[in-house]
Design a protein around this ligand. Sequence first.
Ligand code: ADP
Ligand code: MG
Length: 701
Amino acid sequence: MSPTPDITLRTPVTAIPGIGPARAEALRALGVRNIGQLVAYLPFRHEFEAGEDKLVNLQPGGVVSARGEVTATRVVRGRKTRFEAVLADETGRLDLVWFNGAHLVKSIHPGMHIRVQGKSRTHAVRTYGIQLVNPRWERVREDEPPMGAGPGADRLRPVYPASESIESRAIEGAIEKILARALPLIEDHFPEQFRRERELPSLADAHRMMHRPDNEQEVLSARRRLAYDELFMLQLAVQLRRAKQRRETRAPALKWSERIDAHIRERIPFTLTPGQDSAVREIAKDLQKETPANRLIQGDVGSGKTVVALYAMLMAVASNKQAAIMAPTELLAEQHYLNIVALLKGSTVRVELLTGAQAKEDRESTLARIESGDADIVIGTHALLTERVRFIDLAVAIIDEQHRFGVHQRATLREKADDPTSTPHTLVMTATPIPRTLALTIFGDLDVSNIQGLPPGRQPISTRVVGTEQRDEVYAFVRERLDQGDQAYIVLPAIDDSDSLRGVRSTLAWLEQSHFAGKRVAALHGQLKRDTREHVMERFRSGLIDALIATTVIEVGVDVPNAAIIVIEQAERFGLAQLHQLRGRVGRGPNKSVCILIGEAVTPDAVLRLDAMKAIADGFQLAEKDFEIRGPGEMLGLKQAGAPPFKVADLARDHDLLRMARRDAAAWIERSPDLADPTEELLRTRMLRAHGQWLGLVDVA
Ligand code: ADP
Ligand code: MG
């Protein structure tokens, strides 16, 4: 190799011998322009490669690898056409055979030098010598020295994500040529001491071990370091943003005393469950601080999150401030409104409802009361986020069923405060627990309360999965239960029929004339006017309607204890979280509840989902299962929020590493809140490059 001038990590790849314009172009398409990017281009797996040996030394019964000159080839036709070749070196010969390999006659010719690897076995025909069956092969130049560890030694060969115009082997060759000179240029953003304590190799070592590992252990070690880096950078960014928010904004510190606590509890018509109680305590502690609370409250469907929210809102009211709760559907907002008004009956607390469905004058006067401070508690939908809504003194902002909103909406409600330096305390409630690992990444800036357990007296729901051929049986069964005084939900994926979807309207018409004849049945879906919808819900709640034929508008929040049956049609179309939510509409009263999923398991995932529904009742376990089925590839919130994907870290696998990264990032920021030390320059630059933009951290720079 001719001596090349000094290189840096920014030197274009064309400086590498053997990389001409065509290869450079192919690499560019893979996002690799310079040497630094090339060295950062990582293999996605490693292949075992046996060390090469002379032919005379090869033994039967193992993976062997050798090279030599092809001395003869032939195609042997028969029931199983095969291609045979003879390989020779100065010590002996080796027979190669490829079954169904006739096409190889075009690429392997006598006189060619090739390298082969495969399982050796005693010769099938002769009584001596060995044979390789279907070996891997590649062409080599006669004078080319063996790559990697050299003769006699096994090695792990990196396999790179390749493209049509450049194969893994060419990428490997280019990296091979430059690696030794590039490695010393890779600076580490962690001090040596920090790495040693965590048994993390240096960044340069990690890259060496990724591209040219001596053994499996090195691959693991390199992976661990690179995955840790990805997780740490994300944690650092998320937590920095939070620290910044905390420094720059203040929330109103709310009053709390035994007396206030007792007053609030008087309004709640039952004793809080231990799970609710501990969530309430955590919230009360948060809200007394000047630091804006940012808490995720996870509780399974029916665990009683509404009163926990009410507690927080009444704390705001006790300090003469405002509180708001945002629900994902009008139906749920209306229900919250009715509930809360009922609970606060006879008090002086002023409660308002704000939704898009309101009449204009109604809405105008509601807006005026919010702005003047004549409203204490505001319950609404997305409509709360529109520009016209101005609070005079918002202290607590709650987002119910947060999984139905985007990450950005969460931020926006918080910004509804009148004064930019004052941020309301934010509580985010969800019945679809975010898998633990994910909760720690994207939501790394949230504190988490779990409402464990359900209110007393809940019955387990029995879940059945049946095929469409049993539809009639199902509805005959539901009819019996209706006759016994139970109420039912029938859920369909659409309002109107289409090629692939069954709709509410046709199903209602059919049921009224068949199984449900003589019963009181009503439709509920998003196209109904608010008055009609409210009217239907009210009559269902008070038992004047036996069965509701509905779309997923009833998915979240709806709470009618006498409803004990839910039938979900075309259940294969719904996600696991959604099915669990829908199922949670029943099992709220003393009657034995049943959830029947009518579905055709059309895809493997659908089979898994329906099986999971049958087997698992607990929402937390289901969420983990969901994550498992969908895979970390989807990364739910992360992707949605625009975060760059991880290249090495795997959330399904790297739990421990993630926890460590999270802790380390917190400790780091605690020690150095601005990353302003000159020794942190590199860390800071790399963190901002990865996450500055999507997290809006650029102004920290
Ligand atoms: P979630 O929003 O968590 O799904 P809800 O707040 O709608 O659940 O509560 C479900 C039902 O349980 C409501 O009817 C509510 O009145 C009732 N409930 C909540 N907490 C308790 C409790 N501690 N004891 C008895 N019933 C409760
Ligand atoms: Mg709820």
